[in-house]
Each structure stands twice: as C-alpha cells, then as structure tokens.
Design a protein around this ligand. Structure first.
Ligand code: COA
Length: 306
C-alpha cells in the first residue's frame, strides 16, 4: 500500500505463491533498476515511478532494467521448485523422444523493411509489432499444409491426434525463469491480434501472473532465443507435441543477390527439432521451406488472408 503496488502483478516466491517482502523489493527494484544483493540490509521502500511519469506508449523504448544479481560468498543449496521444477519434469519427459534436428537460414531483408513500415500503423493502434507475430503467422500457414507437425502423440506412441487449432506455445524468458504461454487459435488471428496477445502474455509473464490455463495445451512451440542472442540451437520438444522451432539472432551478413552481387542481408537461422517416430526429414524440410518462403516474401502472406 505504501508503494501503491498491485500485488497481482508481483510473482510470489513464498509457500503456495505467497508474496514475500523480498518479492516486493525485487518488484520495486525492477521498476527502479536497483540491484539488491541478498546479503544487503533491506533498503527503504522507495516509490516506483508513477504511471503518469512513465507513459506506456508502444513507442517508449526505455532499456530493460538490469537483472537482480545474487553473489554467493559460500555454497548454498536451494530446493528446485516452481518454474524450475516444471522445467526439470518436462525436459526429463522429452528425453524419451528421438529428436531429429534440421536447420536452415532465412533471409528476412524484405520482412525487416515491411515491419518497419507497418510498425507506425500498429503503434497508432497501441500495439507493439515485433517480428514474432510474422514468424507465428507464417508458422500457422505452414502448419495448414503440414498438419502432422501440429499433432499430439500419446505416451505409448500408438495414436497421433491431428489438432485442429493452432495453439502455439512461445518460450518466454521471465524474471521467474523459462515459461511457455500459449497463443490460442492463431490461424484465426490477424497479425495485430497476435501482437496484442503476445504483449499481454509478456506482461503477465513479467509479473509472474501466468496461470496454468495459459501455460498448457500447446500444439507446437516456437522459441525466439535470438532476441537474446545465439545463432543455431537444439530445441527440446515439449511432449505430447511432435516438433518445436528455435530462432537465432537476426544478423546483417553478406549474401549474393539474384544478379550475383554481394549485398547486405538480414539473415536468421532457424533450428527445428522433430519427433523422428512420426516425422521424417523430408517432411520437416518441406515444411521449413514453406515457412521460410513466406517470410522471405512476406507480401505472399496476403494471399492467405481470410
Ligand atoms: N534477432 C534480433 N532481434 C530480435 C529477434 C531476433 N531473432 N527477435 C526479436 N528481436 C528484437 C525485437 O525486434 C525487439 O527490438 P525492437 O524493440 O527494436 O523491435 C527486441 O529484440 C526485443 O523483442 P521482444 O520484446 O523480446 O519481443 P519479441 O516479440 O521479439 O519476443 C519473446 C518475445 C517472448 C519471444 C522474447 O521476449 C523472449 O522471451 N525470448 C527468449 C525466449 C527463450 O528464452 N528461449 C529459450 C528457451 S530454452
């Protein structure tokens, strides 16, 4: 109350998700950018910037606050719980899946300039348009052609269920750890609606407020780890899904154009992992080629407007 904090926006690290004093301090430090080492005495609670002093227009590009750093002077064991526990359980289950890896590079030069042009339109509607909505829309269009990648496989590998809805899990880096909220029915959503839903889930992820309903039931997962860094990766399938994609950092690199001239191109690497019990390399390659072609010629997505 002292700091006008809305508790539903603070992730609780206490038993049963209780919000502890430390959670409030970390929340406030994220607002103010302060770093609180674990051994330091609790600083006085300083008020976060008032909403009026930090306009939340989509154009504001304030740098993200630095992460809260813990420095250990002696060994300390902690119980694996919460998001980390879920990650450990899910990833152990994935070990049973024979992963098949496939990678390629995508020339996003046209998409980079298209997004630049569309950003202003999105911003006038209060929506931040990142690259993800394009990656997701192209993914959905490719899944229409290759529904076997949007399927669930049962534990005993006896039944494959083709899922009608494209419910795409998006790996999200949050202060509480890796979470994978799901954007539902993206085949029915226009780009702006995908962008708005992604922003909504990002804010809830930052506040540690994502609920079980938002974190389950995905039919395919996309991880844009390139927004942090890296080129190639080896993503791990979230069962019962049968495939996952991971995107590297967009880099400006020299490439040949159709006239054989060297030009500066915006290149992004994509790494797919697929369950080799139900998917073969040729299918994944054809699917990837389609997704890639939609992003390399983004105007072609207009042909698929409903
Ligand atoms: N390469 C280079 N820059 C990228 C990029 C990429 N692959 N993807 C996004 N960016 C840029 C964005 O354009 C944005 O810049 P801008 O504000 O100038 O437009 C900036 O990086 C931040 O983007 P972000 O706010 O993260 O939005 P997003 O829609 O691109 O990504 C998430 C949303 C949720 C995917 C992202 O925030 C995230 O959490 N990524 C990490 C996923 C992860 O941890 N994966 C590992 C799982 S094991």
């Amino acid at each position: 109350m002292e700091n006008n904090v809305n508790l539903s926006e603070v992730g609780g690290s206490g038993r049963d998700g209780r919000v502890l004093k430390e959670d409030i301090l970390h929340y406030l430090s994220r607002q103010t950018g302060a770093i609180i080492p674990p051994s330091s005495p609790s600083p006085p609670l300083s008020p976060p910037p008032s909403p009026s002093s930090t306009p939340s227009s989509p154009q504001s590009s304030s740098p993200p606050p630095p992460p809260v750093v813990q420095r250990f002077t002696e060994d300390r064991s902690v119980v694996i719980k919460g998001v980390q526990k879920v990650m450990s359980r899910t990833m152990s289950a994935s070990l049973l899946v024979p992963h098949f890896g496939y990678s390629d590079e995508v020339d996003l030069s046209r998409l980079v300039s298209l997004r630049r042009r569309l950003q202003t339109h999105a911003e006038t509607r209060g929506v931040k348009l990142s690259y993800m909505p394009f990656f997701l829309k192209a993914l959905s269009l490719a899944l229409y052609e290759f529904p076997i990648l949007n399927a669930h496989l049962d534990d005993r590998c006896e039944s494959l269920t083709y899922k009608a809805s494209h419910d795409i899990g998006v790996a999200m880096d949050t202060p509480g750890g890796l979470v994978v909220p799901v954007l539902r029915g993206i085949e029915r959503l226009p780009l702006l609606a995908i962008a708005a839903e992604l922003s909504r889930l990002q804010s809830r992820g930052r506040a540690g407020a994502l609920g079980a309903a938002e974190l389950s039931g995905g039919t395919f997962t996309l991880s844009n780890v390139g927004s942090i860094g890296g080129t190639y990766t080896h993503p791990v399938i979230l069962t019962p899904e049968v495939a996952i994609g991971a995107l590297g950092k967009i880099q400006v690199l020299p490439r040949f154009n159709e006239r054989g001239e060297v030009v500066a191109a915006h290149i992004m690497k994509v790494s797919w992992s697929a369950d080799h019990r139900v998917l073969d390399g040729a299918t994944v390659s054809r699917f990837s080629n389609l997704w890639k072609s939609l992003l390399e010629e983004p105007a072609s997505m207009i042909l698929h407007l409903a």
